[in-house]
Design a protein. Sequence first.
Length: 220
Amino acid sequence: MKSEVKNQVLEAMQFRHATKEYDPTKKISDEDFNYILEVGRLSPSSLGSEPWKFIVIDDVNLREELIDVAPGAVAKLKTASHFLIIASRKNMRYDSPYLFNQMKHVQQFPEEQLNNISTQYKYFQESRNILASERSLNDWSAKQTYIALGNMLTAAAMIGIDSTPMEGFNDEKINKLLNDKGLLENNSYSVSVLAAFGYRKEDPKRPKTRRSIKDVVEWI
């Protein structure tokens, strides 16, 4: 059983590639895409903070608007079955209302422990220089979204769905566009990464290439 699962995962990773163009006639079922989103939701994050929001762009008109602010995603916006924007939460300081709410209502820590846990979070963020600037704080938050992204890409590949992660967008313009539409909750979030999902129009023209295991792993 274990070897079968391992083979399935490795086969999925061999299958997965950054799809350049999708078949617009093929659509992912609601059941399958909800499974991908659920894998993202269940992903781990630093301090269990879950600093992400998944925005599924189904609206054709909004996809058209995104073409002007995400030049690296034009072909995917036009052809992918599903287009996902992953936004990261801003102001993730140890004493932020969001983290206190996360500790109390999501992680369900006892009330009397909240201040002590917040102090531990402060020590962690200070020791990692996360509090050095607004940029470093937001970068820490954005890093967490890539954990969810990676899990969703693998989850999709496991059931034969193609995907493409993308960073080809203008930060200022895409955030303004989405915030003006109320999708970033009054600038509480910032776009971190984009991802397209669907079914490839054609197979890759060359096999997957990666460095050898001896070049990326060192045992001591």
